[in-house]
Design a protein around this ligand. Sequence first.
Ligand SMILES: [Fe+2]
Ligand SMILES: [Fe+2]
Length: 171
Amino acid sequence: MKKHSSKSKMSVRPAKKTLSKKHVGLKSDSQSRDVSALILQDHKPIKELILILKDAKGSIAKKQPAFAEFERLLSSHAKAEEESLYIHLKQVDHLRPEGLEGDTEHAIADRLMREVNESKGDDDLWMAKVKVLAELVDHHVKEEETEILKSYRRTSLLKSALKLANSTRSC
Ligand SMILES: [Fe+2]
Ligand SMILES: [Fe+2]
């Protein structure tokens, strides 16, 4: 996803701790707990911005800086998430479809963000694209929080339990 360096005056700030490459290739339960916690933390400011972008009564003057901040946060979050969560899901047979769906939704969001930028100058079109983007990401984030992270944690827990069982057996 494209990164933007422009600073916004929005009050929403990214969480201090965010996902990073050091979490790539997670295997243990405690590591998966860390990744889940960081993802949920990253989602907080993104969800606040979604509310602004989805607001049917919101003005374009309010939505433009919100979109700039949203694009910046979502771009870095999605990249880290792909490298720390989806890469792992795609390696597990029964979680692969969820990983691929997540990747696809990230790609659609990325394309829509580009289209939003390209539609500057036509306020109605800009507002329409922003609304669809916000609804898509809203649905995506809810799915991650209610389904994907739970599946991921369950698999990591199982892995940890199997590892523990194997090490106990070999003692
Ligand atoms: Fe995501
Ligand atoms: Fe996410």
